[in-house]
Design a protein around this ligand. Structure first.
Ligand code: FRU
Length: 484
């Protein structure tokens, strides 16, 4: 399929979508999702010439992982987004089976993208090329072809270049698999972005005290945060261990101190970024105010993917809200960007209450698209349960110091759980969209992200407390309408 074909076919699909999208109750209100087809990783995040650009892995032709192009959204404020023609579609031999994930930088007023050209052969083997494309306006790109070829010692699972500048030199990290089936992140350096010198393995499944920590590491991102350096990565092949690594694949980070320019990056333990069901392949960027902002794919490649009810409507998956990152005691704290307050309707429901061995709900708490803050002032309860729209249940067990999120499985409606250790539950900050939830715990110390698919009439949020708790609730309905 040549470039023209892609654009023509996508235009037809979008026309068809315009006619029936209003009938779909699960389309999200303030999260980014594709009009049609399958969305996965956020790509090329950048603040460029006054606009935020979010590109994403997109198969417009079906709700499966097929050929991928780069879909494209822009925003002035991280709240209201405009969709554009895809910016990279496979047109050349070195990317014939997909323009896979990558990143964006600004150089002398141009936007420069780095991405993986994916080539599949009939015998099942594949090739990968790390490619570059340049644009004067952030919309129309000129492809410059491969700039990094597969180095020796790695399999063709070598992809997702992330490029940045430090102390006057350009660096690139690439997600990789060694010949010994170990996940790794490979570091390159360049003075001109065209010639790249391989430095070696920056981190990996067999380095820095790790042992067999995944067979492939996808989507690396490497940046300074506070006084430290942080490596985000999405390892594949971790075995579930107690409450850890419960999803098919994981996303998390290592905190350490990089000896700039070298492959020396002594780091601490891997820590998961999200405790929920649907979070993978996040990417970050620094905006003009110096904030480190992250978006993740609110989905994951797993057995449940094909059971999502939106597939019937021709689309699947979404991105998380933008989250600002900070480092505190070697841990990443995630906060929804404050710009999202713009979505709040002016009047909130604010309520101070004390619950004792009871089940309670408030009509004002009902809502399909809302933001809810709960502050626990005195918590003597053995358990606090918050049922949301009959599909989700947040449970805090004080004696176990454990926070759990239950949800109905898409495949068969049975309950599945994710949980993590929370020494003392202080607050919950919940973003609820038609078919997605993001729960920020204790000021963003932990986050649970999940999709769920409730019926329209399932609106209630019900508290059940065993023991006594004093708390303050505040709830806003959210609305995607610019107020003048
Ligand atoms: C992660 C990933 C990347 C790859 C992209 C293809 O979800 O597998 O490694 O570049 O998706 O869409």
């Amino acid at each position: 399929m040549n470039q023209l074909n892609w654009h023509e076919r996508i235009s037809h699909l979008l026309e068809a979508y315009k006619e029936n999208h209003s009938l779909d109750p699960h389309r999200l209100q303030f999260h980014l999702m594709p009009a049609v087809g399958l969305l996965n990783d956020p790509n090329g995040l950048i603040h460029y010439k006054g606009a935020y650009h979010v590109f994403f892995q997109w198969n417009p032709f079906g709700t499966v992982h097929g050929p991928k192009c780069w879909g494209h959204y822009t925003s002035q404020d991280l709240v209201y987004w405009q969709e554009h023609q895809p910016s990279l579609v496979p047109s050349e031999w070195y990317e014939k089976d997909g323009c896979y994930s990558g990143s964006a930088i600004e150089v002398d007023g141009d936007m420069v993208l780095f991405y993986s050209g994916n080539v599949k052969h009939e015998d099942g083997t594949r090739e990968t090329f790390q490619c570059m494309a340049v644009s004067h306006n952030g919309f129309v790109f000129e492809k410059k072809g491969p700039v990094v070829l597969l180095p020796e010692g790695y399999t063709s699972h070598f992809r997702d270049p992330k490029v940045w500048k430090r102390d006057g030199l350009w660096y690139m990290v690439v997600g990789a698999q060694t010949f010994y089936q170990q996940g790794a992140v490979v570091l390159f350096a360049s003075t001109d972005l065209k010639e790249w010198e391989i430095k070696g393995t920056l981190a990996g499944s067999h380095l820095n005290g790790l042992n067999d920590f995944g067979y492939m590491w996808e989507c690396p991102d490497f940046f300074e945060l506070g006084e430290k350096d942080v490596l985000l990565v999405s390892p594949q092949g971790l075995e579930a261990k107690e409450s850890l690594y419960q999803n098919e694949f994981q996303s998390g980070y290592f905190v350490g101190k990089w000896k700039v320019g070298t492959t020396e990056f002594p780091h601490g333990e891997f820590q998961e970024l999200d405790r929920g069901f649907d979070f993978y392949a996040p990417q970050t960027f620094e905006d003009k105010a110096g904030r480190r902002i992250m978006l993740g794919w609110m989905g994951i490649t797993d057995a449940q993917e094909s059971y999502q009810p939106t597939i019937e409507k021709g689309w699947v998956h979404a991105l998380t809200i933008p989250r600002e990152l900070e480092l505190k005691n070697y841990r990443i704290i995630q906060k929804p960007v404050p710009e999202l307050k713009e979505l709040r309707e002016p009047k909130s429901f604010k309520y101070q209450t004390s619950l004792k061995n009871e089940t309670k709900t408030w009509h004002e708490l009902e809502g399909i698209v809302s933001e809810i803050k709960i502050e626990f002032q005195q918590n003597q309860a053995e358990t606090i349960k918050i049922e949301i729209r009959k599909n989700l249940m947040i449970i805090y067990d004080r004696s176990l110091s454990r926070l759990t999120l239950n949800r109905k499985r898409f495949a068969d409606g049975r309950i599945e759980s994710r949980s993590c250790f929370i020494e003392k539950l202080e607050d919950l900050h919940i973003f609820l969209d038609t078919s997605a939830i993001e729960i920020f715990v204790n000021g963003g110390q932990e986050v649970f992200t999940a999709r769920f698919f409730a019926e329209d009439n399932e609106k209630e949020i019900i508290f059940t407390v065993d023991g006594q708790v004093d708390m303050e609730l505040e709830k806003w309905n959210l609305h995607l309408q610019k107020r003048l």
